[in-house]
Write a protein that binds this ligand. Structure first.
Ligand code: GLN
Length: 539
C-alpha cells in the first residue's frame, strides 16, 4: 500500500498531549493490522535534546540506535511496542546542520541557499525518508510547538507542500484547547477558531480537529466549530481529561478517529481494531486495589516529566502484578542522616534515579546506606547504580573517600571512573556511550532469573563506568558483578545476593518497558516490593 502521511499539529497552548494523540492513533491503526511509525519534529536549534537540562524539556529518552530523543518517543514506544530510531526525531538544528553541511560540500554549488526551498526540502526529505522504504502504511509526524510560533513556520510550509503533492494520501490533525471559563460556566471555542485560522493562513486546512477539554463539549458546539473551521462535523473530536493516558486510544476509538483517517486517506479497512492485550492491561489497571509504595530518590523530583520512563515502567510492572503504584518523589538534596528514616520507611521499594553532576548525590548515598541496612528492595539505575557501588565501597569496604571521578576528580578511590573511550571526548552533544549494547548475565543470579535469559540488550547513556581494578575487592566484599558486556567486559549490573533485592544497572531498563510488554526487571522489583510489604504486615 502507498504510504499515507498524517501530520499532527497543535494550537492555542502547548502541553495539550499531541504525543498521546499521535500514539493513540498509531495504536488504533496498528491494532487494525497496519504498519505504522511516528516521528517528532522539534522546532528548536539544539541538534538533539541530549544537552538540555530536564528543567527545560523533561526526561531525555534514548533510542536503540543511540539517539538522545524527545520524551514523546517514549510514549510512541510504550503505546506501539515498536522501537524508534534517530530518524523518528528531527530538530530544526539537525535540519540546518544537514543543509549547511551540504552547502559546504558544494551540493548546491551556484545556488543561493535559503529557508525556502532548501530548509523545507530537507524537512520534507526527513518526513518521506520513513515512508520511502515501503516499510510503513502510515507515517505519523508530530510537529512540536504551536501554530503561530515563528520557529514552526518552515515545518508548516513543508506540511503544506506535502499535502499539495500527495492529495488525500496526506491528512492533517489539529489539536487545540477549549477552555472552560468558571465564572461564566462556559466552554469557549474562539481560541480554536483563531488557531485554525492561523493554520489556514499558512495554507493548511485541517481535516480533523481534536479539542482538548476538561468538560464534555456538546454536539451543537462541535457542529459550530465544524462550520467555522471548514471541517466535517464527525471530524471534530473531543479529548477530555482521562484518568490515565492509556484510556486515550479507547476514547479516540469511540469517536472513530481511526476510521475517519482511513476514509479521508482512501484506505480500505474492515472490522474493528484488535485491542485485546490493551484492554487486558486497562482492566488490570482499573481493577487493582492494593497499593505498592515506591520511593524515587533523585534531584529533579519537583519536575513532572523528569523521570517519565521510570514512572511508566513502575506503573506497568505494578499493573501486571495486580497492584496500583504510589510513587513518592524524594528530593536527594534534602535527604540526610536525620530525616532518612522518616522519608524512606513507609516504602516497599526504593529507586535511586539516574542523573548527572554532584548536586544531590550525597543524599543518594545516605538513602542507599539506609536501604542496605534495612534490607529494603532497592533498584539503582545508571547514576543510581554507580551510587550503590560508591556507598558500598565507603561503608562496607572501608574506603570513606570512594567516589566517581565525575563527582570528585581527585578521589583516591575512583571506584567509578571515566570510560577509556571517553577520555579524548571534548564535545558534550551526542558523545556519551549511547544506545543498545549486549550484556551477558551470570547464571543463577536474581537478574538472570528475572530476565529468564542470560543474553540481553539494554540502552545506555553515560560516560562513567564501574572501575575494573576494584572488581575483585567488591566481589570479595559481597557486591557481585553479575552482568557484563561480552566484548569489552564493562560491568553492567551489580547485585548484593545477601539482600532481598539490591540491584543496580548501568543501563536504563525503563526505556524498553511498554504497555503490552512490561520490563522483566521492573516486574521482578515490584514483586520483591510486594513480598516485602506482605512480610512487614505479617510481622
Ligand atoms: N552521570 C553518570 C555518567 O555519565 C550517569 C549517567 C546517567 O545516570 N544517565 O556515567
Amino acid at each position: 500500500m502507498e504510504t499515507r502521511y498524517i501530520f499532527v499539529t497543535g494550537g492555542v497552548v502547548s502541553s495539550l498531549g499531541k504525543g498521546i494523540i499521535s500514539s493513540s492513533l498509531a495504536r488504533l491503526l496498528l491494532s487494525r493490522g497496519f504498519k505504522v511509525t511516528i516521528q517528532k519534529f522539534d522546532p528548536y536549534l539544539n541538534i538533539d535534546p541530549g544537552t538540555l537540562n530536564p528543567y527545560e524539556h523533561g526526561e531525555c529518552y534514548v533510542t536503540v540506535d543511540g539517539h538522545e530523543a524527545d520524551l514523546d518517543l517514549g510514549h510512541y514506544e510504550r503505546f506501539t511496542n515498536i522501537k524508534t530510531t534517530r530518524a523518528n526525531n528531527i530538530t530544526t538544528g539537525r535540519v540546518y546542520q544537514s543543509v549547511i553541511d551540504k552547502e559546504r560540500r558544494g551540493d548546491y554549488l551556484g545556488k543561493t541557499v535559503q529557508i525556502i526551498p532548501h530548509i523545507t526540502d530537507e524537512i520534507k526529505r526527513n518526513v518521506k525518508l520513513l515512508g520511502s522504504k515501503g516499510e510503513y502504511d502510515f507515517v505519523i509526524t508530530e510537529i512540536g510547538g504551536t501554530v503561530g510560533d515563528i520557529e514552526s513556520l518552515p515545518f508548516l510550509e513543508a506540511v503544506r507542500q506535502i499535502r499539495w503533492e500527495l492529495g488525500n494520501k496526506c491528512v492533517c490533525v489539529h489539536l487545540t484547547y477549549v477552555p472552560f471559563i468558571k465564572a461564566a460556566k462556559e466552554l469557549k471555542t474562539k481560541p480554536t477558531q483563531h488557531s485554525v485560522k492561523q493554520l489556514q493562513q499558512v495554507g493548511i486546512q485541517p481535516d480533523v480537529l481534536v479539542l482538548r477539554t476538561e468538560h464534555d463539549i456538546p454536539a451543537s458546539m462541535r457542529r459550530k466549530v465544524a462550520q467555522f473551521c471548514n471541517v466535517s462535523p464527525d471530524a471534530v473530536i473531543q479529548s477530555i481529561d482521562a484518568p490515565t493516558i492509556y484510556e486515550v486510544p479507547l476514547m479516540m476509538l469511540d469517536q472513530h478517529l481511526d476510521t475517519i483517517i482511513l476514509e479521508k486517506t482512501g484506505t480500505p479497512y474492515h472490522g474493528e481494531p484488535d485491542l485485546t492485550k490493551w484492554n487486558q492491561f486497562l482492566d488490570k489497571l482499573n481493577n487493582a486495589k492494593e497499593l505498592v509504595h515506591i520511593g524515587l530518590v533523585g534531584k529533579y523530583v519537583e519536575l513532572q516529566d523528569a523521570y517519565k520512563s521510570i514512572d511508566e515502567a513502575l506503573l506497568q510492572a505494578a499493573t501486571y502484578n495486580d497492584h496500583k503504584v504510589k510513587i513518592t518523589y524524594i528530593n536527594s538534596e534534602r535527604l540526610n542522616e536525620a530525616n532518612v528514616d522518616q522519608l524512606l520507611s513507609s516504602h516497599d521499594g526504593i529507586v535511586i534515579a539516574p542523573g548527572f553532576g554532584q548536586r544531590g548525590t550525597e543524599g543518594k548515598f545516605v538513602a542507599l546506606k539506609w536501604c542496605r541496612e534495612h534490607d529494603v528492595p532497592t533498584f539503582g539505575i545508571c547514576l543510581g547504580m554507580q551510587s550503590m557501588v560508591i556507598e558500598y565501597a565507603r561503608n562496607v569496604m572501608g574506603m570513606p573517600d570512594a567516589n566517581s571521578v565525575e563527582l570528585d576528580p581527585t578521589t583516591a578511590h575512583n571506584v567509578i571512573d571515566l570510560m577509556e573511550e571517553q577520555k579524548s571526548v571534548t564535545n558534550m552533544g551526542g558523545t556519551m556511550r549511547l544506545g543498545a549494547y549486549a550484556c551477558r548475565l551470570q547464571e543463577g543470579t536474581k537478574v538472570a532469573k528475572a530476565y529468564g535469559t542470560l543474553d540481553i540488550e539494554e540502552r545506555h547513556r553515560h560516560r562513567f563506568e564501574f572501575n575494573e581494578d576494584y572488581r575483585a575487592q567488591f566481589e570479595a566484599a559481597g557486591m557481585k558483578c553479575v552482568g557484563e558486556n561480552p566484548q569489552t567486559h564493562l560491568v553492567e549490573v551489580v547485585e548484593v545476593p545477601d539482600k532481598r533485592w539490591y540491584i543496580g544497572t548501568q543501563y536504563h531498563p525503563e526505556y524498553s518497558s511498554t504497555v503490552v510488554s512490561p520490563h522483566p526487571l521492573f516486574m521482578d522489583f515490584i514483586r520483591a516490593a510486594i513480598a516485602y510489604q506482605n512480610e512487614k504486615e505479617t510481622k
